[in-house]
Design a protein around this ligand. Structure first.
Ligand SMILES: [Zn+2]
Length: 87
């Protein structure tokens, strides 16, 4: 029995390999934000399609951006800071 695919899955590719000019740096949280969840977790490379080399660089730069307070650590962290500042 033959199975017909309903849709062809799009091939994932590494955005940083495809576009060499795309900066991978902690001071570009607008780009790094594409690689974390809304709760602040770093997405796995099997989801984003980043290659092993760029995934390593990506995690390092996301962690740097967190220390510089450009990205969030967790979703709840933001609320805790707000509550403490209200007291
Ligand atoms: Zn790559």
């Amino acid at each position: 029995m033959l199975f017909k695919k309903k849709f062809a899955p799009r091939r994932k590719f590494c955005r940083f390999c495809a576009d060499k000019k795309l900066p991978l740096n902690y001071n570009r949280p607008d780009i790094l934000r594409d690689f974390i969840t809304d709760r602040g977790q770093i997405l796995a490379s099997r989801i984003t399609g980043a290659c092993a080399h760029h995934q390593r660089l990506l995690t390092r730069e996301i962690k740097r951006a967190r220390q510089m307070a450009l990205l969030i650590y967790t979703a709840t962290h933001d609320n805790v800071v707000k509550k403490k500042s209200m007291i």
